[in-house]
Design a protein. Structure first.
Length: 412
């Protein structure tokens, strides 16, 4: 090419290939001087690296509106992948099928996916467990009953006392303590559909996908009402916008707020439960009245609950002489996941010895006590972090239950 301006810009782009503004300037000059195909290649290269680049999209639209003309220049060197030649149809404008074939290795297609919704009826469950299947945890059940279940079961009393069903419930506490199981039990208690989602279900690959997923999630919940919509890892999905490193995450929080408020829609029959291990990272706007305005602290299981969990995980295994009360007394502070691991280790120990001796034996107390001695309760680090937040962080009263528990347990 004998144009000194274009040659100089091309050399500059070759020296700084990641400079999008410089490459788009080259594309503008190329288009102004009639080199449509090269301009298209340069703009497509920018879009391949940054699909959301508004200037590159404008450039692409301008190029596609420009009739292609033959270029009286020497063939472009094969050394540059970005300089692909785009065929055009004779007399009618741009040949889309040929362009897609030529640019497949340069830019992502403008439209992706098969148009299927992110959520559909296959994501709906019908739990059969109820709160009666939850061992122990009396205070948690009472809190669920007073704050959530009683108003739902008694519409006449709800109307008499003017009790609103707006808002949801935020469950928080150490990991592995049964928040998901409780949410499932609430759905079973109400005879409602159950939809459970986490961060990986919400986040999309392309700009705007995550916000659309939030809207589709609530549409599904409304169609299946009554529905218990359970959002796990709400601290990741609805994290404080001041902490969000990407603007896309702020958009997800805004979409979640709009759906919780029911803007343009009726959330009647949609009961939102959310769970988090880090409630202090949840955006404060999500905890305002009418949203996730009620909180429930789900602590490590009490002695009665620990017995129920151990019984559940030992059921169906060959055991003998197991004193559940003694084991429960020796596992204070263990989460439900920790107790499941105790049973797994005990089974593993018995299996290994049976394999060595060639004679199967039953799992006994010695195996279980040995397993307990090998495990450090996983709730300890969380409680230490919580103690620091309660002592030194801002508290608007959300963590009153946690503060009282720490005081009673001697951690404050």
């Amino acid at each position: 090419m004998e144009d000194p301006v274009i040659d100089a810009l091309a050399r500059a782009v070759a020296a700084a290939p990641a400079d999008a503004e410089l490459r788009l300037h080259l594309a503008t000059v190329l288009l102004d001087r009639g080199h449509t195909e090269r301009a298209l290649a340069e703009a497509s290269t920018v879009l391949a690296a940054d699909p959301g680049n508004a200037r590159a999209r404008e450039m692409l639209a301008r190029i596609l509106q420009t009739p292609a003309a033959p270029e009286a220049t020497a063939p472009v060197s094969a050394a540059s992948d970005s300089q692909a030649r785009i065929p055009t149809t004779s007399g009618t404008g741009f040949d889309w099928s040929a362009a897609e074939a030529e640019l497949d290795h340069i830019a992502q297609p403008m439209f992706v996916g098969d148009g299927a919704p992110a959520f559909d009826e296959h994501d709906v469950q019908r739990p059969t467990v109820t709160l009666s299947d939850v061992g122990g945890m009396r205070e948690v059940k009472e809190r669920l009953e007073s704050a959530f279940l009683a108003p739902l079961r008694n519409p006449e009393l709800r109307a008499l006392y003017g009790k609103s069903l707006r808002g949801g419930l935020l469950m928080y506490g150490p990991p592995g303590c049964g928040k998901t199981f409780l949410a499932r039990a609430v759905a079973g208690e109400l005879g409602a559909a159950f939809v459970s989602v986490g961060l990986s279900d919400i986040l999309g690959q392309f700009m705007g996908d995550s916000e659309r997923n939030v809207r589709e999630l609530f549409r599904l919940a409304r169609r299946q009402a009554p529905t218990v919509l359970f959002i796990d890892e709400i601290d990741a999905i609805g994290q404080r916008r001041s902490l969000a490193r990407q603007s896309g995450m702020r958009g997800v929080v805004v979409s979640l707020l709009e759906e919780l408020d029911g803007l343009g829609n009726d959330n009647e029959g949609v009961f939102v439960l959310a769970a988090t291990n880090q409630p202090w990272d949840v955006d404060p706007a999500l905890r305002r009245p009418g949203r996730l305005d009620r909180t429930l602290l789900v602590l490590p299981p009490d002695a009665e609950a620990r017995q129920a969990i151990l019984r559940h995980h030992l059921a169906g295994r060959p055991v003998e002489g197991v004193d559940l009360a003694s084991l429960a007394a020796g596992t204070e502070g263990f989460s439900g996941a920790d107790l499941a691991y105790v049973c797994e280790l005990a089974s593993e120990n018995a299996l290994l010895e049976s394999s060595r001796s060639g004679v199967p034996r039953l799992i006994g107390m010695s195996d279980l006590r040995q397993s307990v001695a090998q495990i450090t309760p996983s709730t300890g680090p969380w409680l230490e972090s919580a103690r620091n937040v309660v002592r030194f962080g801002e508290d608007d009263g959300t963590f009153a239950q946690l503060r009282e528990y720490l005081r009673q347990s001697g951690r404050r």
